[in-house]
Design a protein around this ligand. Structure first.
Ligand SMILES: NC(=O)c1ccc[n+]([C@@H]2O[C@H](COP(=O)([O-])OP(=O)(O)OC[C@H]3O[C@@H](n4cnc5c(N)ncnc54)[C@H](O)[C@@H]3O)[C@@H](O)[C@H]2O)c1
Length: 381
């Protein structure tokens, strides 16, 4: 099985390539295609990245290949990590979600069209680039929705599980449960899906109630906004204190605030993002169906706020070698249902200018103001 990484020389792409090789996810007979952009700096650096990986891992590296033309991308799993990102650190004005969308919609379209024309017709695409929902929408339109999954919800899920595990004093693998919604501020911690191995239902309910401290998701967007404002003030003079402050908050808030602060600190979230991406790649290569959370293009499999969702949303899905097959989501409590509905509306508004009939107009005349009404216009981390 072969893997292609688009944007291989970027911070996230390089981490994905390195971890794929270092963790020996691919046998030496498989091929890892490093994809850069002709004319850009990545078109040169991608050759250097190949040499560096061989230098480090020659004994167990898969066949390493370079591609600079989208038409040359051929693999069983294609990871999309190419495109513009919000610069790390707190200096300057970061591009809004809409500006990021305008820049990356072209990247998504270019690779979607190339894969539709020249691909095998069965490759599974894992979207990392942001806005991840837009990437899923554009690629799913051209390749078929079941072959495209966004990894933002899985990364959010791992962060949520970790924060719960830390608070309970257990290892992360003992905690189940998912985060859905939109990657970023409209991520929805699905508390009703949380499971803790070793605890029966009553014990789990008591533990979750303790962790939630009487809050519901109705107040979550306001808490996130307040948390960011507080962190900016504290981090202006003491970044360590800002991270310590996060430790005092409940797990769902920590799961959003910590990566945001990481980005603000000037570090990026490339390592964790790559590790979560590789989880999904391994699942697809493994041949077994596993339940993960991912952004997928729904056609009414899920209803939120009383209406079936026709659009991209992060939900728990069964993922396997042919992509995602089913959504696994029981009826939700009112606060989770309401937040998921809001996230679905925010995604729909954000994707509308770039998908379907609007995409043709958007290609020649992209909107310059933020078309969406998410909790904030900030891009996700
Ligand atoms: N989904 C998530 O959870 C998550 C987390 C972190 C970052 N991201 C996203 O991943 C993407 C990459 O982030 P990064 O930090 O690596 O950015 P980066 O700027 O370090 O790298 C981007 C790479 O994309 C390449 N690129 C741009 N256009 C291209 C094209 N048309 N063809 C091939 N390559 C192209 C650039 O040359 C560069 O190497 C961003 O969109 C970022 O927002 C997503």
């Amino acid at each position: 099985m072969d893997v292609a990484v688009l944007g291989a020389t970027g911070d996230v792409g390089r981490q994905i390539c390195t971890q794929l090789v270092e963790r020996q996810v691919l046998p030496t007979t498989s091929r890892l295609q490093l994809v850069g952009r002709p004319g850009g700096t990545s078109g040169r650096a991608v050759h250097g990245l190949r040499a560096d990986l061989v230098d480090a891992y020659d004994e167990h590296a898969p066949l390493l290949d370079v591609a600079l033309d989208p038409a040359e991308v051929v693999a069983d799993v294609v990871v999309v990590a190419a495109g513009r990102t919000a610069p790390a650190g707190s200096g300057g004005v970061p591009p809004s979600r809409a500006v990021l969308a305008a820049a990356n919609a072209d990247v998504f379209r270019a690779y979607a069209d190339a894969l539709a024309a020249h691909g095998s017709g069965s490759e599974v695409v894992v979207v990392v680039s942001n806005p991840v929902e837009l990437g899923v929408a554009i690629l799913a339109e051209r390749l078929g929705r079941h072959r495209v999954v966004g990894m933002g919800a899985w990364l959010d899920t791992l962060r949520f599980r970790r924060e719960i595990a830390v608070q309970l004093g257990v290892r992360r693998h003992r905690v189940g449960g998912f985060v859905g919604g939109q990657h970023g501020d409209d991520a929805v911690p699905l508390w009703s899906t949380v499971r803790i191995s070793g605890l029966d239902v009553a014990e789990r309910q008591r533990a979750v109630a303790r962790l939630r401290q009487g809050r519901t998701l109705a107040t979550f967007p306001a808490e996130v906004a307040r948390a960011k404002a507080e962190l900016l003030t504290v981090a202006a003079t003491d970044v360590a204190a800002a991270f310590a402050l996060i430790d005092s908050w409940p797990p769902d808030l920590r799961a959003l605030a910590r990566p945001w602060m990481t980005h603000q600190s000037g570090a990026k979230t490339a390592t964790g993002t790559a590790s979560a991406t590789i989880d999904l790649v391994e699942t697809i290569l493994d041949g077994r169906d596993i339940v993960v959370a991912g952004q997928v293009a729904l056609e009414g499999e899920v209803s939120v706020g009383g209406s079936p969702v026709h659009g991209v949303l992060g939900v728990p899905v069964v993922l396997g070698p042919e992509g995602w097959s089913r959504v696994l989501l029981d009826p939700l409590p009112p606060d989770e249902d309401a937040r998921l509905a809001e996230a679905g509306a925010a995604v729909a508004a954000a994707c509308a200018p770039w998908t379907g009939a609007a995409a043709v107009a958007a290609t020649s005349d992209p909107p310059t103001s933020d078309p969406a009404t998410p909790t904030t216009g900030e891009p996700p981390r």
